[in-house]
Write a protein that binds this ligand. Sequence first.
Ligand code: C5P
Length: 228
Amino acid sequence: MSNPIYLALDLPRLDAAEALARKVKGHIGGLKLGLEFFCAHGHHGVHEIHKLGLPIFLDLKLHDIPNTVAAAMQAIHVLEPAIVTVHAAGGRAMMEDAKAAAGEHCKVVAVTVLTSLDENDLARTGIAGNPHDLALRLAELAQEARLDGIVCSGHEVAAVHKQWKDGYFVVPGLRPANGKAHSALGDQKRTVTPREARDAGASVLVIGRPISRADDPAAAARAIEATL
Ligand code: C5P
């Protein structure tokens, strides 16, 4: 079984991101680069990180008309990402075109509802209902569009796995059972451990601060790997 841990490289400086990735690369399965990294460092930054030899997850959360998203997918083709995210709210045609434009070995996964939005926020955008039900509806739409899977929380992954048996599930917002990480990084109230998420059906475990902000990132990554 390959290592499912993707380290979120959410650091503003390219040299710091490279240094961190180099320290932990023996204990993770891949690296996640988000919108801030891509806007700051572009293709050059991704090429530099690629040199470390790990699969790259480009978390760009693409959301536009189908033609534009397909063109963006083609433009990042040369970077050979292993995983790319799009917003399910972009609709079925957009997701289908994104998948069609992606490389053969690239998983395209949909973000359903951002965890920063609650029911009131959704109502203000004209969407009735709660975020959980909306997330399940959008997961169904992603499946119909033949995407590879979705991004979901550790609490949702078991339910989604049930309705999408061969789906590819990317799970962020994880916290190791270790109490120090919990108290130091307490902006997440109901957390799931990497092992619990894995057991519930997660394909990829996205982990950032529990590794990047640890005194010894390599030891933190190794300890999480050992729990899986
Ligand atoms: O919290 P942590 O530093 O482990 O977050 C790792 C990555 O997961 C970050 O890039 C963050 O943007 C992403 N994340 C997410 N949804 C959440 C929590 C974190 O996409 N609910």
